[in-house]
Design a protein around this ligand. Structure first.
Ligand code: SF4
Length: 191
């Protein structure tokens, strides 16, 4: 089997970041299927969250959120286009190095971490309206991160004006292996 997995990554979309208006999001497509390398990356990336069913590997790189899918890489809270390119260059090297060394690495197929409450909080309505039964959105985010509550208990999130934030949060939760009721799970086209 070849030891170089990906030869190119192409940025396909640059979008406003919904969690932080000063940042951007990006989508990029990879020249090869990453599904096989994700369990090995899950072993070596500290704090990564792996969902083998999707499959998807989510992790933080400083303040940024990065998610790897079989043919796609998504980034959120990224500084700018140059930052996105630097992240993808580093990821390309990491993916190819991990793939080349896969015989020395024990793959991990389990989720070992949870999302942080802050990552969830930034995509909630942040009005502290108490409709979920908690005094603040941050308290709700803590309960979501620790899987004590369901995201559908935040009724205002499902109002039409918050669709973009809701879609991103539901994708983040689904990719990280949280229970999201099937009518609200993102389709592959929406990722
Ligand atoms: S219902 Fe949603 S917006 Fe209202 S306090 Fe709870 S988490 Fe915040």
């Amino acid at each position: 089997m070849p030891n170089t997995l990906i030869t190119s990554i192409e940025i396909t979309h640059i979008l406003p970041c919904l969690a932080d208006p000063a940042k951007i999001r990006f989508h990029a497509e990879t020249s090869a299927d990453l599904a096989g390398v994700l369990p090995y990356l899950n072993t070596i990336i500290h704090g990564a969250i792996y969902n083998h069913a999707v499959p998807a590997l989510t992790f933080n790189r400083e303040h940024r959120i990065i998610c790897l899918h079989p043919h796609r890489i998504a980034g959120a809270k990224v500084d700018d286009l140059d930052d996105a390119r630097a992240i993808l260059d580093d990821l390309s090297a990491l993916i190819n190095d991990t793939w080349a060394r896969r015989d020395e690495i024990t793959p991990c197929y389990e989720r070992r971490e949870r999302l942080t409450p802050v990552d969830i909080f930034k995509l909630l309505p942040r009005t502290n309206c108490r409709q979920c039964g908690l005094p603040t959105c941050l308290a709700f985010a803590v309960d979501i991160a620790s899987e004590k509550r369901s995201i559908i208990q935040c009724a205002p999130l499902f109002d039409a004006p918050l669709k973009d934030k809701r879609d991103l949060l539901l994708t983040l939760l689904t990719d990280a292996g949280y229970q999201v009721p099937s009518p609200f799970r993102p389709t592959d086209d929406a990722r």
